[in-house]
Design a protein around this ligand. Structure first.
Ligand code: ZN
Ligand code: ZN
Ligand code: FE
Length: 745
């Protein structure tokens, strides 16, 4: 990668060891030639492995011995322009410890400068307009370095050697504070003023690295509720930014892995278990045993905390699932009426990028939303191949471009349901192809004919291939694990277009990138109103009840609901979709047990149902059954629904209902996987799909599958939800180009 301080690091190392030679970038990697005595050379090689700058990710080191030639000192050679190495742009990286120290050192010339950075930290991906990655082609082009900054920039021994965003208060970007109407407030220190506003309960819109955030004191419940009301966000948990790791420890349980993740240079939001949340506003993350936490990752953030203010709600400034707002004028316009003040700056954000969201499960950090800090670092593939682009699906969209052995995944683009997202999508799709200088031979899209991304694929004038949604999930997981397969894929999610034109979502697919066979599926259930039922779990519950009972039992959750028109739809079979979705099964059980009948964001009912189990899965189980329909095994859901109803009628607690439900699913999946393994001899199991964000189900299944002697592949680098779809699509595309694609059957 360029701009990560690797060449100056090698330079310093060589000079320290009095080695002679050179370093330069070539099309196949970095080439270092050194001569010196063997022990010193050995130390040198060792130091490369252990002391490289944090952003330099070394994929492999190869060593050759050549004859000595006369050489003078050590030099940094010119790069071969346009080479592959040259084109890898690093992600945006959290403030490093050196810059952190300087930021708070009154004698430093960058004391309290909100844009301090160096080769080891700062913005990258979000400020690059085009290649090569050089200051004139970044959003820093409007700022001419002062002599002091210039000197640092050209000195190989300086921490800011070739740091493209290098700046200082004299020559670099500056903050400005504006009131709720957008009028500029004439203040000397905008950050200190913003801090005061936050302390007194104001909502501040602030321009960060990849877009705008809305910030509010997370200890002030009235203020947090005001933010919810103004933003139209009723219940979806807010992420918080905590001043330092000590504050995180005070509120959350923190394993070693979680502690590392929170403090990593990528600075993601980590979903941590709450420990004691006294003092935190209850409306920050209601009804959830986890809290999304990140640390300040830009110098500006650090200036918004002090002794008294230690936790801020820090939420993307967007409207529901639209992309994050990025420019000053747009922010002033669209956040008018929400923010009490605006903390702006004059360094343009070229590419919007949300905060990444992760969770530490079963011993690994797992991506839920892979964005800032990770993008555009490549996911390494098992094999080389032609350039292919995967469009992603409809929800939690990302784009993946395969180039060589790299899968270049875009940031989280969001839900492709509005024009804003579509525009952002077009921008990212064009940008990613330009940035990596690759034009796809094939574009792979989802089979769903109604997706915007499918339309987009057809408009590009490039050959296209439609692949089945859950097949793409399966291959996404194989690909990130560098596995060839075949594997038994247990794919559980909300919605995916099936080859029989029904909605799938509880599938056992066996296969690899060249094709997959549907071995088993959850029993199909009628979903009245189709997608409209997603936000109304009680309607899904009626559908599930109508198929599980001859007369619908009268349950408390139906009280006060206008169920008649829904029942009519079901009876006449008008606007009713058949679905084997696991997500909808969670919704139905959550609704009929009285946990959640209506939701305000996707997955809310399923989360509430899982929370009800309080981290335990238990031994008692609802009944389930299998039925064979020709080649396909049906995992019968109706006995589960019937038992859940009986439990409700017997007054069994929602916690116990949830535990029995989870136990039924785990047992059912264990049984079907063992059938699949017996039938095929395959012992590798892939777990993919958004339902695996359910920590209880995921942890239990992983543990029991491994105990049963099976090998489990799961997602870590790439989201298990639809954010990982584009990777699977693109990899399937390569098998198509190689003439091996059989499709899904
Ligand atoms: Zn730094
Ligand atoms: Zn300067
Ligand atoms: Fe999916």
């Amino acid at each position: 990668m360029q701009g990560v301080g690797f060449r100056p690091f090698i330079y310093r190392l060589a000079v320290q060891n009095a080695l002679r030679g050179f370093i330069r970038n070539t099309s196949s990697g970095v080439l270092i030639e050194v001569q010196g005595i063997p022990e010193v050379l050995e130390n040198f090689c060792q130091s490369i492995k252990t002391e490289s700058p944090p952003l330099a990710k070394i994929e492999a080191i190869e060593l050759f011995t050549i004859a000595c030639v006369a050489e003078d000192g050590f030099v940094i050679g010119d790069s071969t322009t346009g080479s592959e190495v040259e084109t890898l742009i690093p992600p945006d990286i959290a403030l490093c410890s050196d810059c952190h120290r300087e930021l708070f050192d009154p004698s430093d010339r960058r004391f309290r400068y909100p844009f301090i950075n160096c080769t080891n930290c700062g913005p990258r991906y979000t400020i690059v307009e085009r290649l090569p990655y050089d200051r004139p082609y970044t959003s820093m082009h409007g700022f001419t370095m002062c002599p002091e900054c210039e000197k640092e920039y050209h000195d190989p021994l300086d921490r800011r050697f070739h740091a493209q965003p290098n700046a200082c208060p004299v020559c670099g970007p500056a903050l400005s504070l504006h009131d709720s109407s957008g009028k500029s407030c004439n203040v000397k220190d905008a950050a200190s003023e913003a801090l005061l506003l936050l302390k007194s309960g104001n909502i501040v819109a602030l321009k960060g690295l990849g877009g705008f955030h809305l910030a509010v004191n997370a200890r002030n419940d009235e203020a947090v509720q005001r933010l919810r009301m103004r933003k139209g966000r009723e219940a979806k948990p807010f992420a918080v930014m905590m001043r330092d790791i000590a504050v995180v420890e005070q509120f959350c349980e923190l394993s070693e892995g979680e502690s590392d993740a929170v403090q990593a240079a990528e600075a993601p939001i980590v979903l941590l278990k709450k420990k004691q949340i006294d003092g935190l506003a209850p409306s920050v993350s209601p009804g959830n045993d986890r809290l999304g936490v990140m640390l300040p990752y830009s110098p500006l953030h650090l200036l918004l905390f002090d002794e008294e203010l230690d936790v801020l709600v820090m939420t993307s400034a967007n409207f529901s699932e639209e992309p994050i707002v990025n420019e000053n004028d747009e922010a002033l316009l669209r956040l008018h009426g929400i923010a009490d003040a605006f903390l702006l700056h004059n360094r343009p954000i070229y590419l919007k990028c949300d905060d990444s969201v992760t969770i530490h499960l079963s011993g690994q950090l797992r991506q839920i939303r892979r964005s800032r800090g990770y993008v555009p670092a490549p996911v390494l593939l098992r094999l080389n191949g032609p350039v292919v682009l995967g469009t992603g699906g409809e929800l939690k969209n990302t784009i993946t471009l395969l180039k060589g052995s790299h899968a270049l995944m875009s940031q989280h683009i969001g839900d492709m349901k509005n024009y804003e997202s579509y525009r952002h999508y077009q921008h990212v799709a064009a940008h990613i192809q330009h940035l990596f200088q690759a034009t796809p031979e094939l574009i792979v899209h989802d089979l769903h004919p109604g997706y915007m991304t499918t339309d987009w694929a057809f408009q590009q004038g490039i050959p296209v291939l439609g692949v089945q949604h859950h097949h793409a999930h399966l291959v996404s997981c194989l690909a990130e694990n560098k596995e060839e397969g075949p594997a038994i894929g247990l794919i559980l999610d909300g919605t995916g277009f099936g080859i029989d034109r029904t909605i799938w979502g509880g599938e056992v697919l066996i296969g690899d990138e060249a094709g997959a066979t549907r071995f088993a599926s959850l029993e199909s259930m009628p979903l009245p109103g189709g997608d409209a039922a997603v936000m109304h779990p009680w309607r899904a519950a009626l559908g599930y009840l109508s198929r599980s009972f001859s007369t619908i039992p009268d349950l408390p959750f139906l009280k006060g609901r206008n169920s008649k028109p829904v029942l009519e739809l079901l009876q006449k079979r008008v606007g009713v979709y058949e679905t084997s979705s696991c997500g909808r099964l969670f919704d139905a059980i959550a609704a009929l047990s009285g946990i959640k009948g209506e939701i305000t964001y996707e997955g809310e009912a399923a989360i509430a149902l899982m929370q009800a189990a309080v981290g335990k899965i238990g031994t008692a189980s609802f009944r389930y059954a299998f039925q064979q329909d020709k080649e396909l095994w049906i995992m019968k859901v109706s006995p589960i629904v019937q038992d859940a109803v009986t439990a409700v009628q017997q007054g069994i607690s929602v916690g116990e209902i949830s535990r029995r439900f989870h136990r039924a699913l785990v047992n059912c999946f264990m049984d079907i996987i063992s059938k699949a393994s017996e039938a095929t001899g395959i012992t590798t199991v892939v777990l993919s799909g958004g339902v695996f964000q359910n920590a209880l189900l995921f942890d239990t299944l992983v543990c029991e599958l491994q105990t049963a002697g099976l090998r489990v592949l799961s997602h870590a680098l790439v989201p298990s939800n639809d954010g990982g779809l584009s990777l699977g699509q693109a990899v399937i595309g390569r098998s198509y180009l190689a003439g091996r694609y059989r499709g899904c059957s």
